[in-house]
Structure formats: structure tokens, C-alpha cells
Design a protein around this ligand. Structure first.
Ligand SMILES: [Zn+2]
Ligand SMILES: [Zn+2]
Length: 380
């Protein structure tokens, strides 16, 4: 039994040290041994089961992420913002403002919200948590990431995962909430001609969600296996860049982040169409013809995050409207972070998402379970 900052006793909260995977300096990862976070009022301790890696983690690794460049994410940086875990201890929330959420109990499987809003700024008071001016983002800045044996989270920033949703699916909830928010903002509805650009994790989730909302979807991509997966997920037609019909689509989801893809989005959008820009372009997009955008009445939505879509996305995975099949290239241990990042950058991988399993013992730590796990190839 340990005590939190108020001196209250917190049953079952482990003490000592834990393993965590961190970016130690640009291009270098390290397995750290660090203290298990102390209890704090209103917060819970989670043992992560799966942590998904994405392009943002690669930018943290390479030192190109905004958070690194502006000093918000100093090294060593424990990454991991797409995750599912199990609650192992709950601190009492007796001090009021941070009162532990009664929905969360020890043993619950949960996904964590990447953006932790302050609850007390103008945007939060207006119910726009997405626009909070004092955000912390798990694994990005202001909050340790989930590539660790334990992670402390405010109870209000967790959603309970239904039994019928697998760990792999739950790990994909974080990228999926942003896509769903994009489709909501772009008013995607039955009968819309819809196009998704990109066949990475965000793109393939967008294919599934858009097919469900619009009734059919078409896809632009550069990767053969990604386009094949998109067709299996219900894409009616797939195209290489430049091949999709110009001025044809009511809703276009830009899910690649490539600067050329934004031009492709503008080229293919119909008069009065809506673009949901979900991919994050890392540089300015030159040559955008604003006059053309105005005269064709096109609306571009920049999609920050889908903070209010977690429960809805969990239900879509539970109902089978969303699936992780064909999405996961491999699951590796915390001490294999280097290998995981290599796989994430391997253009020959068969699926877009690479995961870590922080609950797996490090190699050699436990003789009975020390065999490295082969990447779990998709059955599809
Ligand atoms: Zn991500
Ligand atoms: Zn706020």
C-alpha cells in the first residue's frame, strides 16, 4: 500500500521500477528502468497491453516532430499514444476536482484518450475539449507515453473496452476517432460520392468508416498491398494518383499527409464538396489555387482530433463495422523498439500498423517466454 500526494492510502498501487521504451536521442531508442508513477488523486494506473506506432512516433524518433523542435518533448522521451491496457490500481479521488471516475475499476480494459484537456479553460467550459488551450498529449508532450509497463492516467480520459473488441482493434481506436470526427465535420452521408487518399492506417480506417457512412468509397494510393487491402475492405474502385475522375467527389478524406495528396484532393473534389484533411503534411503545400477553391465552393476541414468519438468507435469495432484484420504487420516486445521502428519504415511490410506489447517480458528475462514473437501476419 502506498500513499498519494494527499497522504491517502492507495491499495494495490505497485511501487518500485518499471521498464519503458524511449527515444534517447535522434534515431536512438533505449530501454529505460524508471520509477513506477506515484498515485495521484483521481488517477489510475494502467498496464498497457498493446501500443501502436505511427508516423508521429517516427517523427519523434527522427527528431523532426514539432514537439521535439519546440522543446515540449525532451529526450529521453517515452513514446506511445495509441494504446489499450488494463487498470491495475485506482487512486481515490477524494480531493474534488480530480475525483476518480466511478466508471473505471481495477481489471477494466481501457483505451486512453491521447488529448487530456484541462477542464478549466474557455474552450473546455464551452464543451469544446478538442480545442482546449492547455492540452497534454499522452506520449507526445506533458504526459509519459504508453510504451512502458505502467502508465498513470486521469480516470476521465479513459474509455472502457467492451469484451468483444480485441486488443488489436482497441489499439486502433485512437487513429479511428480522428477519422470519424473528419467524416462528421465533412457531413459524410448516404449517397455521397466519397474518396479516400492514402492506404496507411488512417486511410484504411477511413475506407471502412466511409464505406459504412456513404454506402460506397473509392481510394487513391501508391502502395499495391495497401490498395489490395482497401479493395478487400470494400473500396469499389482504386486508383493511382492522377487517375481518379476530376471534380467528382462530394467528400474527400486526405489521409496520407503527402503535400501532393492535397493537390489530388482539390483536383478530385466536386463543386460544393468537402475535404477532411486528416493526414498531417510536414511542409507547406505550394501552388494551391485559392481562387479555384472559392469559386468551386469547396470546404476544407482541418481535423485536429476526435476526442469525443472514443465510445462510438469502440461500438463500431464491437459491431464489426470496423476491423483490425489486415491492419497489423507485427507485435514486438518493448526491448525490440528498434526492430519495430525498422518494420514501420519497411515499405515491403504487408500491413500498415506495427505494435509493441509492453506486457511481454524482455528477452532473456523469463526463460519460459523469451522467444521473440514473429510478427503476427494478417490472415487476410
Ligand atoms: Zn498516432
Ligand atoms: Zn481546457
Amino acid at each position: 500500500m502506498t500513499r498519494d500526494s494527499t497522504g491517502e492510502r492507495t491499495a494495490g498501487w505497485p511501487t518500485g521500477t518499471m521498464r519503458a521504451a524511449a527515444v534517447a536521442s535522434p534515431h536512438t531508442t533505449r530501454l529505460l528502468e524508471m520509477p513506477i508513477p506515484d498515485p495521484a488523486p483521481g488517477e489510475v494506473l494502467v498496464a498497457p497491453l498493446r501500443v501502436g506506432l505511427c508516423g508521429t512516433d517516427l517523427e519523434l524518433l527522427h527528431g523532426t516532430a514539432t514537439y521535439v523542435r519546440d522543446g515540449r518533448a525532451p529526450y529521453p522521451h517515452v513514446f506511445g499514444h495509441e494504446w489499450v491496457g488494463r487498470v491495475v490500481a485506482v487512486a481515490p479521488g477524494a480531493t474534488g476536482a480530480g475525483a476518480a471516475d466511478a466508471r473505471i475499476a481495477v481489471g477494466d480494459r481501457v483505451v486512453g484518450h491521447t488529448m487530456i484537456s484541462c477542464g478549466d479553460c474557455r474552450a473546455c467550459h464551452r464543451g469544446r475539449r478538442n480545442e482546449c488551450g492547455r492540452l497534454r498529449e499522452v506520449g507526445l508532450y506533458g504526459q509519459q507515453g504508453a510504451a512502458a509497463q505502467y502508465l498513470r492516467m486521469p480516470a476521465h480520459a479513459l474509455s472502457v473496452v467492451p469484451e468483444d473488441v480485441t486488443d488489436e482493434a482497441a489499439m486502433l481506436v485512437e487513429p479511428a476517432v480522428t477519422v470519424l470526427e473528419g467524416l462528421r465535420r465533412a457531413h459524410c452521408a448516404p449517397g455521397d460520392r466519397a474518396l479516400v487518399i492514402g492506404t496507411g492506417t488512417i486511410g484504411l480506417l477511413a475506407v471502412q468508416l466511409t464505406a459504412g457512412l456513404a454506402g460506397s468509397v473509392e481510394v487513391v494510393g501508391v502502395d499495391d498491398s495497401g490498395l489490395a487491402t482497401a479493395r478487400r475492405m470494400g473500396a469499389r474502385r482504386t486508383f493511382r494518383p492522377g487517375e481518379a475522375p476530376a471534380g467528382h467527389y462530394d467528400v474527400v478524406v486526405e489521409a496520407s499527409g503527402a503535400t501532393s495528396a492535397f493537390h489530388e484532393a482539390l483536383r478530385t473534389t466536386a463543386v460544393g464538396g468537402r475535404i477532411a484533411a486528416v493526414g498531417v503534411a510536414s511542409e507547406a503545400v505550394d501552388g494551391v489555387d485559392l481562387g479555384d477553391l472559392v469559386l468551386r465552393g469547396i470546404t476544407v476541414h482541418g481535423i485536429r482530433h476526435g476526442l469525443d468519438q472514443y465510445d462510438r468507435v469502440l461500438k463500431l469495432f464491437g459491431d464489426g463495422a470496423l476491423t483490425a484484420d489486415g491492419m497489423i504487420a507485427g507485435v514486438l516486445r518493448l526491448d525490440q523498439a528498434d526492430e519495430a521502428f525498422r518494420l514501420l519504415q519497411d515499405s515491403g511490410r504487408t500491413a500498415p500498423k506495427v505494435a509493441l506489447d509492453p506486457s511481454a517480458p524482455a528477452d532473456g528475462e523469463d526463460g519460459s517466454r523469451s522467444e521473440p514473437r514473429a510478427p503476427a501476419r494478417s490472415a487476410a
